[in-house]
Design a protein around this ligand. Structure first.
Ligand SMILES: [Zn+2]
Length: 299
C-alpha cells in the first residue's frame, strides 16, 4: 500500500499548503480520500491519471474536504471517462453535485454510484483489492473516518516447497489456476506447497475529529494511522471549541491503538513552522511523521 499526501491544511489553502486530500494506491489501483479545493491541480502535479481513480471517499461536508470535487468530476467527464465511479460520502453530496450540474447545465457523462455513510462502524466498500469500514468521528457535522484493509490471496506459496519441487514460475501459475499439476509423474497440489496467508495491511484516515476514546478500538494495530492534529496542546481550548484534536492527542490515539506508524496533518494556518507539532506528537508516540504534501509513504 502506498499513500501520497496531496493536501494537509485545515480550513483554507495557506501558503504552499492545500486542504485535505490523499491518494491511496493498492496493487496499482488508486483511491482518492477527500477532495479539498485544489485537488485537481495536485493530481495534475503528481501526474496521476484521474480517470484511473476507482473510488472517492469523502469524510464530511465541510468545504476543505470536498470543494475540489465538482472540478474533478467535470474534468474526468471531459477526459472521456466512461466507466462507473463510486463516491462514498455523507448524505447530501449527491444533491450538491446534482444542483451544481443543473444550474451550470453540465452533464457528467459517466455513471456515479453514491454510497452514503452513516454514523456507525460498518463495511462501506469492498472490491478485489480493499475492504473499507467507516469510523464514526466527533465533529461539528456528521463525519466518518475510514479504515482500509488490503485483501490478500487466501493461500501463500512457500519458498522452500518451490525449491524442493523445482517449480518454475509457469508451473506455479498453473498450480494456482488449477489447484494441481503433474510433474515428474508426481501429483503436486496447491495445498501441499502453500500455507494459509495471514498477511495484514491497513491504513486508517481519521479527520476531522475531536479526540475521543470511542473510535480507538476500530484502529487496533493499524499499520499506518493518519490522524488530524489541527492544533498544539497549548491551543487545546480552541481544539475543544472547534471539535478538532491536538498533536499530543493524535499521538495518544496511536499509542492506545498500538498503531505501527502515525501521520499527523490538517494543520491550522496559525502554525508557520510544523516542527513543534511533530515534536509534541513524537514525545508521546515516537514513530510519527508530518503529512507534508508531496510525500509518499509505503507500508
Ligand atoms: Zn477540515
Amino acid at each position: 500500500m502506498k499513500l501520497t499526501i496531496l493536501g494537509s491544511s485545515s480550513a483554507t489553502p495557506y501558503l504552499d499548503r492545500h486542504p485535505s486530500s490523499q491518494l491511496l494506491t493498492v496493487n496499482d489501483h488508486i483511491y482518492l480520500i477527500d477532495c479539498g479545493e485544489g485537488t485537481l491541480f495536485r493530481l495534475n502535479g503528481f501526474g496521476v491519471k484521474k480517470n484511473k481513480i476507482k473510488a472517492i471517499f469523502i469524510s464530511h461536508l465541510h468545504g476543505d474536504h470536498y470543494y475540489g470535487l465538482i472540478g474533478l468530476l467535470t474534468t474526468m467527464s471531459m477526459h472521456e471517462k466512461t466507466d462507473e465511479l463510486t463516491i462514498i460520502c455523507p448524505p447530501g453530496l449527491k444533491d450538491i453535485i446534482d444542483l451544481q450540474c443543473k444550474i451550470s447545465k453540465t452533464i457528467i457523462r459517466f455513471p456515479i454510484r453514491f454510497i452514503e455513510t452513516s454514523m456507525v462502524h460498518q463495511t462501506i466498500f469492498l472490491d478485489a483489492n480493499i475492504h473499507v469500514k467507516t469510523i464514526p468521528l466527533i465533529h461539528k457535522i456528521d463525519t466518518c473516518g475510514f479504515i482500509f484493509h488490503k485483501l490478500f490471496p487466501k493461500r501463500k506459496i512457500r519458498k522452500d516447497k518451490i525449491e524442493e519441487h523445482g517449480l518454475s514460475p509457469l508451473e506455479i501459475a498453473d498450480l494456482v489456476k488449477n489447484n494441481t499439476i503433474v510433474k515428474d509423474n508426481q501429483i503436486i497440489s496447491l495445498d501441499t506447497i502453500s500455507e494459509e496467508n495471514t498477511s495484514k495491511k491497513s491504513f486508517a484516515y481519521c479527520t476531522d475529529t475531536r479526540f475521543d476514546d470511542s473510535y480507538i478500538n476500530y484502529l487496533y494495530e493499524v499499520d499506518l494511522l493518519y490522524h488530524e492534529s489541527t492544533f498544539l496542546q497549548k491551543d487545546l481550548t480552541r481544539a475543544i471549541e472547534t471539535k478538532h484534536s491536538t498533536a499530543a492527542e493524535a499521538a495518544h490515539v496511536a499509542l492506545k491503538a498500538n498503531a505501527k506508524k502515525l501521520l499527523i496533518g490538517h494543520f491550522s494556518a496559525r502554525y508557520l513552522d510544523l516542527q513543534p507539532l511533530l515534536s509534541e506528537a513524537s514525545a508521546i508516540f515516537s514513530n510519527t511523521d508530518l503529512a507534508i504534501e508531496g510525500l509518499t509513504f509505503e507500508f
